[in-house]
Design a protein around this ligand. Structure first.
Ligand SMILES: Nc1nc2c(ncn2[C@@H]2O[C@H](COP(=O)(O)OP(=O)(O)OP(=O)(O)O)[C@@H](O)[C@H]2O)c(=O)[nH]1
Ligand SMILES: [Zn+2]
Length: 218
């Protein structure tokens, strides 16, 4: 089993250069129909009683279109591609990257929710990925209309699928502007979501280990 994973890892390293070039291209490809967004923003401004032709708003539709291209970049991007950098290291113990900041958009209100993601996994067969790739994975999953629960599960599932680790766990702490600035108006409230797979799901003490390390950071 470990042997199979090992050879899969080496194969991945061999195709790493090609993958990197492909990912770079995809990172910069446009994902949003700018013209359509501009038209929609003009209509939205009109609909809320604004004048889209007043000076201060003239460039707003184009700005919003550029912004959406950036903040929804994950929509046409396969997050699995972020983990294509694999290395072989003699380490089968915990790898844990804490406090990865992220910004996402609540799919119910199209308002931001933001906070930190903590990503842990237990490498198997000595296969690890680049630490920055874990942060890139968080970013790509965040850059789309989301709910926090789905975001948490997507990150952990991509990790399990791509790395085949003995376990993976993701914790997200976030503030939702739709709960702060409108509606129920509870600024400062935080939502925590946890997704655990493999050893972290099967052994409560492994899960607790991660939660403790998160607590110590505050
Ligand atoms: N589970 C979950 N709910 C979310 C998330 N982001 C926003 N919501 C909730 O989505 C719900 C949408 O509820 P609706 O009743 O359809 O919308 P609403 O009338 O604007 O609700 P209020 O926010 O209560 O005013 C609200 O309870 C939000 O707090 C998320 O990431 N996860
Ligand atoms: Zn919302």
């Amino acid at each position: 089993m470990a042997q199979i994973k090992r050879s899969k890892a080496l194969q991945s390293v061999a195709t790493f250069a090609e993958d990197t070039a492909a990912i770079e291209m995809k990172r910069h490809r446009p994902t949003v129909d700018r013209e359509k967004v501009e038209e929609a923003i003009r209509m939205l401004l009109e609909a809320v009683g604004e004048n889209p032709n007043r000076e201060g708003l003239l460039d707003t539709p184009a700005r919003v279109a550029r912004m959406y291209e950036e903040i929804f970049a994950g929509l046409h991007h396969n997050p699995s591609e972020e983990l294509s950098a694999r290395f072989h290291v003699d380490h089968d113990e915990l790898v844990f990257v804490k406090d990865i900041p992220f910004y996402s958009m609540c799919e119910h209100h199209l308002l931001p929710f933001f906070g930190v993601a903590h990503v842990a996994y237990l490498p198997s067969g000595g296969v690890v990925t680049g630490l920055s790739k874990l942060a890139r994975l968080v970013d790509m999953v965040a850059k789309r209309p989301q709910v926090q629960e789905r975001m948490t599960n997507m990150i952990v599932d991509v990790l399990m699928q791509e790395m085949e680790p003995a376990g993976a766990m993701v914790v997200i702490e976030a503030e939702h502007l739709c709960m702060n600035m409108r509606g129920i108006k509870k600024p400062g409230s935080k939502t925590l979501t946890i997704a655990a797979r493999g050893e972290f799901q099967e052994h409560p003490e492994r899960r607790e280990e991660i939660l403790q390390m998160i607590r110590y950071a505050h």
